[in-house]
Write a protein that binds this ligand. Structure first.
Ligand code: UDP
Length: 474
């Protein structure tokens, strides 16, 4: 490399663990591959950041700087219940003046080539022109969801009823046919504010210079081909995944990390079902009891990350402090005592990556947040797909019906997955022929995932092309 000039880029993550950690991980990969890149992360926040996050920020290399924008005051958010997506974006909207200021002072010091914003922070890209930067969206969800987002305005125009009432499945370009009821949460009620908001959001994705999507060809062949095809009409799409957290001990030193790993060390290979609903997923009291009894009846070993029940599925998503309610007190009486030989119950948070990479883990009952999906793939762990909110039902359909690396439990007419159904899917995954097939399919997908990010792998090449483009602008 002769006299490489430094390429400065600015990055705006979204709010919430699942929208911040992935983009940070991307910047780590970027500077690792191209040491002449310098990244400044400008982070919108609500209140003070959770402690697991601080641990991650401390491990960033020296060519990645970060600044927390002035935190948004929770009292400035409207008190009526906003959806998760709207709340995330509102926090970004309220942070825009601080962001503009931060970009301005950065640009005075050094020319910035590109602005990369999380998909929940697209509004930030309005500033790209002001500072003569290219604008990119870092899309933390599946290419399936991206394809749906681009297709959504058309679907909206062509449909008059609720999507769940359509007799036929919906054909999103390149994707497996999806039932209307599996579309993401904001698309479920056409008269809602959330729907209008999502429609507008979908339209705004088109104005970026490019979209980086955390996926790879073998996992989403159809949608990626549709998105990258000549004449697709959407901005350039760059599949750069699967990017997952690595190299940090995110949590083995926090809270219960050690306990989980020591316990796993004592179990047989592939014998444990890991149960977790992401950084903020919660179950109702009734569902928590049903899950507990299902785990118990299945007679399999389990490691369950339990949260205090709530009737809103994403209740813990924005919690800024570590919880003080003891989630264990909501479990059925005597459950802990009866299952103490079989299971480990951990309140609120566990080191997921280390758990998934442990040889004792043979299955993952997951809410199908996209990061959890990718982490499971990267570690070759087949899934029980139990979606809760956002686009998780689309991910669940992709994993179970499309890729056949997961089994999806049936939800009854009251929205509950009953204990007998839980036993059924656990046995299917951990004991039966079908489970072995899921496992084999997952192993194949894992190999492809690892290959995508090898030195000459497709995702690495894509990132390289992008940086070449940026370099030519310096
Ligand atoms: N996570 C973790 N420990 C937990 C729960 C979650 O380390 O107890 C991490 C998990 O590894 C993943 C992220 O938090 O990287 C959750 O992201 P995902 O997209 O799966 O779901 P979300 O939290 O956005 O619903």
């Amino acid at each position: 490399l002769d006299m490489e000039k430094t390429i400065h880029i600015a990055v705006v993550p979204g709010v919430g663990f699942g929208h911040l950690v992935p983009i940070l991980q991307f910047t780590k990969l970027l500077v690792h591959l191209h040491p002449f890149i310098h990244v400044t992360c400008l982070i919108p926040t609500l209140g003070s950041p959770p402690s697991a996050l601080k641990t991650i920020l401390q491990t960033l290399p020296s060519n990645i700087n970060y600044t927390f924008l002035l935190p948004v005051d929770p009292n400035d958010l409207p008190q009526e219940t906003l959806t998760l997506e709207m709340k995330s974006q509102l926090i970004v909207t309220l942070s825009l003046p601080y962001l503009h200021q931060a970009l301005k002072s950065l640009a005075l010091r050094t020319p910035l080539v590109a602005l990369v914003a999380d998909s929940f922070a697209v509004e930030a890209l309005n500033f790209a022109k002001d500072f003569n930067m290219l604008s990119y969206i870092y899309f933390t969800s599946a290419a399936t969801t991206l394809s749906f987002s681009f297709y959504f305005p058309k679907l909206d125009e062509e449909t008059s009823c609720e999507y769940r009432d359509l007799p036929e499945p919906i054909k999103i370009p390149g994707c497996i046919p999806l039932h209307g009821s599996d579309l993401l949460t904001p698309a479920q009620d056409r008269s809602s504010q959330a729907y209008k908001h999502f429609l507008q959001h979908s339209k705004s994705l088109c104005f970026a210079d490019g979209v980086l999507v955390n996926s790879f060809l073998e996992m989403e062949m159809g949608p990626i081909k549709a998105l990258t095809e000549e004449g697709s009409g959407n901005p350039a799409v760059y599949p750069i995944g699967p990017i997952i957290q690595t190299g940090t001990k995110s949590g083995s030193d926090v809270g219960n990390g050690k306990e989980c790993l020591t316990w796993l060390d004592k179990q047989k290979p592939c014998s444990v079902l890991y149960v977790s609903f992401g950084s903020g997923g919660t179950l109702s009291q009734e569902q928590t009891v049903e899950l507990a009894l299902g785990l118990e009846l299945s007679n399999h070993r389990f490691l369950w990350v339990v949260r205090a029940p709530n009737n809103s599925a994403n209740a813990a998503y924005f919690s800024t402090q570590d919880d003080d309610v003891d989630p264990l007190k909501f479990l059925p009486s005597g459950f802990l005592e009866r299952t103490k030989e079989k299971g480990l119950v951990i309140p609120s948070w566990a080191p997921q990556i280390q758990i998934l990479s442990h040889s004792s883990v043979g299955g993952f009952l997951s809410h199908c947040g996209w990061n959890s999906c990718l982490e499971s793939v990267m570690h070759g762990v087949p899934l029980i797909t139990w979606p809760l909110f956002a686009e998780q039902r689309m991910n669940a359909a992709l994993l179970s019906e499309g890729l056949k690396v997961g089994v999806r439990p049936r939800v009854n007419e009251n929205g509950i997955v009953e204990r007998v159904e839980i036993v059924k899917v656990i046995k299917c995954l951990m004991e039966e022929e079908e489970g072995r097939n899921l496992c084999n399919n997952m192993k194949e997908l894992k190999d492809a995932a690892i290959n995508a990010l090898k030195e000459n792998g497709p995702s690495t090449k894509t990132i390289y092309q992008l940086t070449l483009k940026w370099r030519n602008l310096v």
